[in-house]
Design a protein. Structure first.
Lengths: 268, 246
């Protein structure tokens, strides 16, 4: 049984507009098992989002191999769902058309795509909002649209880039619980990027700590908290605190390095 | 709201009334008399209204007034449509293709002034910029969801660029009108431009202003139509306060 995701010795360099080379990731190796929920934490600017872009095929690696279910990634593959950090729902499409876009692009007839979309809209709790445009929805509701949009194609891999970071705390834990429910009902492997260690631990089976940029995997921790979980309450468990302290010891140094660098570049 | 409307009417009354009053009290042909508004150059609102009425009821020297309006509108709308269509096509094409943009770029910069070409450049640059400004996240999202190139263009790029394109139509219709009228000034037998030109040659200031009033009316109606088109096509945009819009 191949792993869901294999990144082996991956380096990613970008050409900045000023012409210099920026290394986002250096020699990064990580493995995500089939059906596993992984969180990736690290300081700002450590290349967390770049990792997702490589797995999705939006960006090719400069060096190293990226494999999804044992096959090298060449361009955008089928079976990937991606929730972006910024709002990426289409503002000129209604909720229904937004969610139906994926199936339609995959060749479903408009009618059956819409039927499928209605079902998913109900599953993320937006029934009755089918005809609204995104500007008429709250931030949390737009995230629900994005969630339905990325799950409707039945992805085997779901990539999430700080999807809930813009939400208020209450809406956020509500959405996190719903995400866990939807994930449990699917068999998808998840890579969840966040800078929030609490969120990472409460959601995932495994936490990868990424170093301050250029990013590489510093360590990874298994989270052996029982499921199903309630993210609003799991943080009161003693085991949660233990895991948190252990990972924080590791993450703290990287955050400090990144902070020092920002201060220096700010002073320069 | 009511007060704003009232103030608007008041503003028009003051301007037109002042103009009329200034012309009435002036005697610019006799030395030593008050001369605020010289009727020879500026006419006065009542004469302009009379002139307009005469054109409508008795026709102009060039023929019925509706024919003149029709001719100018035909030229304007023709130029507007041809310019817009080519502007959108070229703008989207060049916006989508880096190679085309690099090859054609230098040639696009030379401008020539006729209605169609004026419109073309305004619409072209807006369509081009609109395509360039499309949110990268939206494109990435559509590609992940399985959109092919053609779907990217029709479902993401064009809708996104549409607000730029329509915004440019507001400006470019005015330019089309200017282009058509300027074209008529340089030798035509019909049209509002020719009508104004003929009035000018006859030292008929009221005729000149009456022609300009007609042009302004056309521009206002066109603006209202374009705004209606905009609200219809861009329903998905949050309604913004358009109270300051003319």
């Amino acid at each position: 049984m191949p792993n869901a995701i294999d990144l082996r010795g991956v380096t990613k360099r970008f050409l900045t507009p000023s012409g210099s080379v920026y290394t986002a990731l250096r020699d990064l190796t990580m493995t995500v098992g089939d059906g596993e929920f992984c969180a990736v934490v690290g300081p700002t600017g450590c290349g967390k989002s770049t990792t997702l872009a490589l797995i999705s095929g939006l960006e090719p690696p400069s060096e190293g191999q990226v494999e999804v279910f044992g096959k090298p990634v060449k361009g955008i593959a089928d079976g990937i769902g991606y929730m972006f950090q910024a709002d990426a729902v289409f503002p000129w499409k209604s909720v229904l058309e937004n969610v139906a876009a994926g199936p339609r692009y995959h060749g479903l007839s408009p009618r059956s795509a819409r039927d499928k979309a209605r079902d998913w809209i109900a599953r993320v709790g937006l029934a009755g909002f089918e005809d609204r445009y995104p500007y008429q929805l709250s931030g949390g509701m737009r995230k629900r649209v994005a969630l339905a949009q990325s799950l409707i194609n039945g992805p085997r891999i779901l990539l999430m880039d700080e999807p809930f970071s813009a939400l208020d705390v209450q809406t956020r834990s509500l959405m996190e619980n719903e995400l866990l429910g939807l994930w449990a009902a699917s068999s998808a492997s998840v890579v969840f990027v966040t800078h929030d260690l609490e969120e990472a631990i409460s959601l995932s089976d495994r936490v990868f700590v990424i170093t301050a940029g250029p990013g590489t995997v510093k360590s990874n921790y298994e989270v052996d908290l029982p499921r199903p979980r309630n993210v609003a309450e799991i943080r009161f468990q003693p085991r949660f605190t233990e895991i948190y302290e252990e990972i924080w010891e590791d993450l703290k140094d990287e955050v400090l390095v990144s902070y020092e660098r920002q201060k220096q570049s700010g002073a320069a | 709201m009511l007060n704003i409307q009232l103030l608007r009417v008041l503003f028009a009354v003051i301007i037109l009334g002042g103009w009329q009053l200034g012309a009435q009290v002036s005697d610019c042909n006799t030395a030593g008399h008050v001369c605020v508004v010289d009727k020879f150059f500026w006419s006065q609102p009542s004469d302009i209204a009379q002139k307009l009425w005469a054109w409508i009821t008795q026709g102009t020297d060039l023929g019925p007034i509706w024919v003149q309006v029709f001719v100018t509108m035909q030229e304007t709308i023709g130029g507007f449509i041809v310019g817009s269509i080519f502007g959108v096509i070229f703008g989207v094409l060049l916006g989508r293709s880096r190679l085309l943009a690099d090859v054609m770029g230098p040639y696009i910069k030379a401008k020539v002034a006729t209605a169609a070409i004026l419109v073309f450049f305004v619409v072209f640059f807006n369509a081009f910029q609109g395509v360039r400004e499309v949110d990268r996240n939206l494109i990435a999202n559509a590609r992940i969801l399985g959109a092919r190139d053609r779907q990217l263009t029709t479902e993401i790029i064009i809708p996104s660029a549409l607000s730029w394109i329509i915004a440019s139509l507001h400006t470019s219709f005015g330019l089309a009108l200017v282009g058509a009228v300027v074209g008529e000034l340089f030798g035509a037998t019909e049209g509002l431009g020719e009508l104004i030109y003929a009035a000018k040659n006859n030292f008929d200031a009221a005729g000149v202003f009456a022609g300009m009033a007609l042009l302004a009316a056309i521009a206002l109606v066109a603006e209202a139509l374009i705004t209606a088109l905009e609200t219809r096509l861009i329903r998905w945009r949050p309604p913004v306060a358009t109270e300051t819009r003319i």
